[in-house]
Design a protein. Structure first.
Length: 161
């Protein structure tokens, strides 16, 4: 069997069965009439970037390593909209500041998402347990930030950079 075919078979075995070590993987391959040495399987594991993780039952299991995806600005905006709908209790504007009250222990998470988006209308955020103070340059900017939180589908304040 060619290396590429063996790799595809190994991926399939790992996705369908809780493989806990190389010996188990070799056993499955032998059941499918594929013979390979321990050194070959070790190279395959390295080439396929197979890692050992812990499954739901607390036991080790082989998995194909997945590169973490770098969030895009769209992902951040979607996350902000979702969080806005789920955790915001109240929004108010005081001059050039927007005061956002959240469910307990959510303010710092929401402030972090806002900071990642880097809107020109938001100079800084300060978060406590359940309150965020969003500082804007002008009262008009603060009004637009407040308007976003009142209607989170209007994301134009994050697209003006």
């Amino acid at each position: 069997m060619r290396k590429k075919e063996r790799h595809e078979l190994i991926k399939q075995i790992i996705s369908e069965h809780p493989i806990r070590n190389q010996n188990e993987l070799m056993d499955y391959l032998q059941q499918l009439h594929v013979s390979a040495t321990q050194a070959t399987i070790s190279r395959d594991i390295r080439d396929l970037r197979i890692v050992k993780t812990i499954d739901d039952s607390g036991k080790p299991r082989f998995e194909i390593f997945q590169e973490p995806q770098i969030p895009t600005e769209d992902d951040d905006i979607k996350r902000l909209i979702r969080m806005t709908n789920e955790v915001i209790v109240k929004v108010d504007t005081v001059q050039f500041m927007t005061i956002v009250n959240t469910l307990p222990d959510n303010a710092h998470l929401l402030a972090s998402v806002l900071d990642d988006l880097s809107s020109e209308m938001i100079v800084a955020t300060m978060a406590s347990f359940d309150t965020i103070i969003i500082i804007s340059r002008t009262p008009e900017d603060a009004q637009q930030v407040t308007a976003f939180f009142q209607n989170p589908t209007n994301t134009t304040i994050f697209l003006q950079n």
